[in-house]
Design a protein around this ligand. Structure first.
Ligand SMILES: [Zn+2]
Length: 266
């Protein structure tokens, strides 16, 4: 599933290719993908600005907002000319002014696009974005102090802090030397963990995200960050720090990769 770095890569490309342009016509090819909460029409509206909160892409239109969640396999792709027949996995088509076309392609059909009056209030329940400047060391420390969860479950929950999924949680906890089941309140150095999380996400954005299976950027290209993982997908291989064998086990409901030597149980 695309996480913050993959979604941020898409958002940056959308700012180049979509921001300021008018959607001449939108067509939903799979009815469940498009949830029109306010029942209004998209056609003719300009995309004023593009934002992101956690794993959500936000399109601020002239009169309303659009929230896009890629979920498992969703892709936003600029496909060029309108004359082409849609791909069998295209669920939504945006014909843009100037003749270009943007499609929402989603093999597994879990992706959702919501048309709402106001995106930010609609996403008020989602925790602060991990890269939000207001996610200060003291704010992060207070979030951990208030949580009764284990750290992996907390970071996956999207409550308090949003954007991290299974890949980047595993990578960050490895680099911080924290066992995934450690209680949030027991983490001795929240400041260091926050710094590591920022570093992991920033590096992944620099590498245009990670492609495990379905993720592609808006031009159909794969990310590069999967080549630099420390633990994710490396079960059975030696730890890059200490040489111990990386383990995969089910924790917080997910397949979790960690080094038993570098990340001892607290
Ligand atoms: Zn190790």
């Amino acid at each position: 599933m695309p996480e913050l770095p993959e979604v941020e890569t898409v958002v940056r490309e959308l700012r180049d290719g979509l921001q300021g342009r008018r959607i001449e016509r939108m067509e939903a090819l799979w009815s469940k993908t498009f949830q029109n909460i306010n029942g209004r029409d998209v056609d003719g509206q300009r995309v004023r600005a593009i934002g992101r909160k956690g794993k959500y892409i936000l399109l601020y239109l002239d009169d309303q907002d659009m929230i896009i969640h890629l979920r498992m396999s969703g892709q936003l792709l600029f496909t060029g000319a309108r004359s082409q027949a849609p791909h069998k996995h295209d669920r939504l088509i945006f014909d843009l002014e100037g003749g270009e076309r943007l499609v929402f392609r989603d093999a597994r059909k879990f992706g959702r696009i919501y048309l709402v009056n106001e995106a930010d209030s609609h996403l008020a329940h989602v925790g602060m974005d991990a890269l939000d400047p207001r996610m200060t060391p003291s704010h992060f420390r207070n979030l951990l102090r208030q949580s009764r969860q284990g750290i992996k479950a907390f970071l996956l929950s999207q409550k308090g802090i949003s954007g991290l999924g299974n890949i980047y949680v595993d990578e960050a906890l490895f680099l911080a030397g924290i066992h995934p089941l450690t209680r949030c309140v027991s983490i001795k150095n929240p400041h260091e963990l926050r710094t590591v999380i920022l570093g992991v996400l920033t590096k992944a954005i620099d590498n245009m995200g990670s492609t495990i299976s379905d993720y592609r950027n808006t031009r159909g290209n794969e990310g590069m960050n999967q080549h630099y993982f420390y633990v994710y997908g490396r079960q059975g291989l030696p730890c890059k720090k200490c040489g111990a064998i990386i383990v995969k086990a089910r924790m917080a409901g997910r397949g979790t990769h960690f080094c038993p030597e570098c990340q001892p149980e607290a």
